[in-house]
Design a protein around this ligand. Structure first.
Ligand SMILES: [Zn+2]
Length: 131
């Protein structure tokens, strides 16, 4: 990834729903168990709602019980970026889209094999393309 996708706040607002905007551009979090894809078991590809970048594949999605779509691995190396996040007094690792910096969620070290990682992602930051 060299050139990031840059848009003004007005442009993002115009192309996203209020919840999508809040989650991806203001680092919001949807309420647990309310997201569109939390229980989605269909085979397909999850893309960034802001820019269409391929983020996760359904075969790495698993039922974590957390209330948010959970994956153990991104679709490709370089699809996402991870940033240290110390808001709310917690040390967490934020996950963003590598192409447009959309906030996606966080990654935690309590996932299943083979990675041991849990990418805890807001449905509002994703679109789903069924196979
Ligand atoms: Zn993106």
């Amino acid at each position: 990834m060299t050139d990031k996708i840059r848009k003004s706040d007005e442009q993002w607002r115009a192309s996203l729903t209020p919840e999508q905007y809040h989650v991806t551009r203001e680092k919001g979090t949807e309420r647990a168990f309310t997201g569109e894809y939390e229980a989605n078991k269909d085979a397909g590809t999850y893309r960034c709602v802001c820019c269409g970048n391929t983020l996760f594949e359904s075969d790495t999605k698993y039922a974590s019980g957390s209330g948010w779509p959970s994956f153990y691995k991104p679709a490709a190396d370089g699809a996402i970026e991870e940033h240290e996040d110390s808001t709310f007094g917690m040390r967490r690792v934020e996950v963003v889209c590598a192409a447009c910096d959309a906030h996606l969620g966080h990654v935690f070290p309590d996932g299943p094999k083979p990675t041991g990682l849990r990418y805890c992602i807001n449905s509002a930051s994703l679109t789903f393309e069924k196979k």
